[in-house]
Design a protein around this ligand. Structure first.
Ligand SMILES: [Zn+2]
Length: 170
């Protein structure tokens, strides 16, 4: 007996529970199972596993089915939430990087003038660039930390993301 024959036998064993098998295939399988104890054992195990699964499906009460469905829905909502949070964090990061660059540029461009107008020391201009660059990123980081609080986490994320998606469609 070749490995190919065992493979064909296993394929037929797995298919015969769920679909119609041609008569020649069925006859061939029966003769193979008569000669090959390995495949015959597999067939017996496979069939009893199938019966076991059917028995479980029949005895599952409606409340168990409902509970399982509810768990699955909760799980998928959880996954969706995690995904939307990742998108939100990516968006926040982009906004943070852009606003940081913008404010740093503004300070670099006008900081000297502001320092002059307010009679501040010119030595404040250079560190000011750093502060102006960091400030939006820090503000957004604080906002993100606050929004990750479990109580307002989901609704806030969904709301912000919903607004973002609505804004994108308009
Ligand atoms: Zn075999």
């Amino acid at each position: 007996m070749t490995a190919r024959e065992h493979e064909r036998a296993l394929d037929l064993i797995m298919r015969r529970g769920t679909e119609e098998i041609a008569m020649p295939d069925s006859a061939w399988l029966n003769s193979h199972l008569g000669e090959c104890s390995e495949c015959a054992t597999f067939a017996a195990d496979f069939d009893s596993t199938g019966r076991l699964l059917q028995a479980v499906a029949i005895t599952a009460s409606p409340s168990l089915v409902l509970a399982t469905q509810a768990r699955l829905r909760a799980r998928s909502a959880q996954l969706q939430e995690r995904q939307s949070r990742t998108v939100l964090i990516a968006i926040s990061f982009c906004i943070g990087a852009m606003s940081s660059t913008m404010s740093a540029w503004l300070w670099w461009r006008f900081g000297g003038w502001v320092a002059q107008r307010l009679a501040l020391s010119p030595s404040i201009v250079e560190p000011g660039v750093f502060v102006a660059w960091m400030l939006p990123a820090v503000a957004i980081a604080v906002a993100m930390l606050a929004s990750s609080h479990p109580v307002i986490d989901r609704s806030l994320t969904m709301r912000v993301l919903g607004q973002y998606q609505e804004g994108g469609r308009q």
